[in-house]
Design a protein around this ligand. Structure first.
Ligand code: SF4
Length: 510
């Protein structure tokens, strides 16, 4: 029975996780060439481009958050969907074992990680029958940072800066712009949005996510929706949110809108925001063997064209000569000398910590001395290479705002001097940085391969009972680049960009 089906799905997962499709590469290439290399946006996009190339060449995950695997499957009438779903679950577990997916499925009540990406609701598989005598499998891997920036509006609504959004296509346009503005850098901008007008609350979100299976450069066959897509792209890229929310020319690389009928009383606009690490591929399979017959979105035989030239790769991270070098442990004086906009190269020991570690530190002393230390919001992909030996294979920053309730207390209690993450943090943390003498550095979200190469060795691990992504990893790094976006003097680039882009948004009231 379909002897090649399992391995075909493993191949699909592997390629999707490690090699961006051509349409996304093209959009990111345009974004890169629109920026001056030495600007914050230019530096971020160069790191992203390097990361895309590195991931493809080593077949490593583009981003450490390999997301929620969502499969859309079309099968001939009579195909055994139960058998196929079982093999797809096996393929997900196998891809996890091979390090192409991070163990990402946790029990929602206990927080326990299943370790193999299997569990109730994971992976998501949707089947549909069709008349063709072949199988089509499409896959999207959408991570938590961008998933958390999804938005759903019930019209009519009053929106910040934009005023009233009515039950019209102009109201829809306003909702999409509002969602892009709200996302700022938290969903690893520049992103793409899939949108559904109508449906109910559940079908709306599903249909919005389905729009992300369209290519970025296609045209909507419905001229009315095509016009809204074009209007959104123009306006969103004037917002100056920019890559990672650093400010810049490209905030959105795609807008794809669908519509479902709705109840007369409801008018939902559902928005699925995907990040620049827009991992989406597909295959057609021979219906009798399960072997891959063709790739969708790409030519499966041809290697992806690199994002950067050999000269750009050799030049590496574009430096200005004004970078500040920091080596942990870091002093109060060093931290207070930093200001928003400084590019910092961190060396020495850093400790990872995300949701479970932060919650733990509110009730327990840390397992290591954090005074003068660097706390990295990161859930890495880690391969065990022997007893007590580990190698990090993907290690970009996770969304920091989730730690907002804890961060200021942790800074004060344990003397952490540097927090590294992405997307920025809020007013409580900003006040805490000032009070305790600490800074927040924004690393480039999704640049998991790039940052993994800054790690010299894994010196140890604590709190492993939380599972691999949530454990506290002790990492020795060299020249880990990030930008000061919140300093110890009460300044926040995130607050400034949000306000400035909000003023531009207000010009889109119509
Ligand atoms: S690129 Fe950013 S938003 Fe996307 S999956 Fe990675 S960390 Fe999450």
């Amino acid at each position: 029975m379909l002897p090649h089906f399992l391995e075909s799905i493993v191949q699909l997962i592997t390629r999707t996780s490690t090699d961006l499709p051509p349409d996304v590469r093209k959009a990111m290439g345009l974004a890169l060439h629109a920026e001056e290399p030495a600007t914050r946006a230019g530096q971020a996009l160069t790191i992203i481009a390097q990361n895309i190339d590195q991931a493809a060449s080593c077949e490593g995950p583009i981003c450490q958050d390999t997301g929620m695997p969502t499969f859309e499957v079309k099968v001939p009438v009579g195909a055994d969907q139960i058998w196929m779903k079982e093999r797809m679950r096996e393929a997900v577990a196998e891809a996890t074992r091979r390090g192409k997916l991070r163990p990402n499925s946790v029990d929602s009540i206990t927080g326990e990680n299943s370790g193999d990406n299997l569990g109730p609701g994971t992976p998501i598989v949707h089947f549909e029958q069709w008349k063709k005598d072949e199988i089509e499998v499409k896959l999207i891997l959408k991570g938590g940072g961008c998933e958390n920036t999804n938005a759903q509006y019930a019209l009519p609504a009053d929106l910040d800066h934009l005023g009233r959004a009515d039950r019209t296509l102009d109201g829809v346009r306003k909702c999409i712009l509002h969602a892009v503005w709200k996302a700022q850098g938290k969903g690893c901008a520049p992103g793409a949005v899939g949108v559904c007008i109508g449906g109910d609350r559940t079908s709306g979100y599903l249909h919005a996510k389905e729009q992300l299976f369209r290519t970025l450069d296609d045209s909507n066959p419905d001229a009315r929706l095509a016009a809204v897509e074009d209007a959104v792209m123009d306006a969103a890229n004037q917002l100056t949110v920019g890559p990672m929310g650093f400010g810049g020319k490209t905030s959105l690389i795609g807008c794809k809108i669908g519509a479902l009928n709705r109840l007369p009383a409801s008018f939902f606009v559902s928005i699925a925001y995907d990040c620049w690490a827009f991992r989406r591929l597909g295959v057609t399979l021979d219906a009798s063997s399960g072997a891959i017959a063709s790739w969708l979105y790409r030519d499966g035989e041809t290697a992806s064209a690199p994002m950067l030239t050999p000269e750009q790769v050799a030049a590496g991270f574009p430096r200005t000569g004004r970078e500040v070098r920091l080596r942990a442990p870091i002093t109060d004086e060093q931290v207070r000398a930093l200001k928003v906009g400084d590019v910092v190269l961190v060396s020495g020991r850093m400790f990872t910590g995300r949701d479970a570690v932060h919650a733990h530190l509110m009730k327990h002393d840390p397992p290591v001395d954090l005074r003068g230390g660097v706390l990295y919001h990161c859930g890495p992909v880690v391969a065990k290479t022997g007893e007590g030996n580990w190698r990090v294979t993907a290690a970009g920053p996770t969304t920091s705002i989730r730690e907002e309730p804890y961060q200021a207390d942790i800074l004060k209690r344990y003397g952490v001097r540097v927090v590294i993450g992405k997307g920025g943090m809020g007013a409580k943390t900003l006040a805490g940085l000032k009070e305790s003498g600490a800074v927040y550095l924004n690393a480039v979200g999704g640049a998991a391969q790039f940052y993994a190469r800054c790690i010299d060795r894994v010196a140890g691990v604590s709190l492993m009972e939380f599972g691999t992504p949530e454990a506290m990893w002790h990492l020795d790094v060299t020249d880990f680049p990030a930008i000061v976006t919140m300093d110890a003097h009460g300044n926040s680039l995130h607050r400034d960009i949000e306000q400035a882009s909000g003023a531009v948004l207000a010009e889109q009231r119509g």
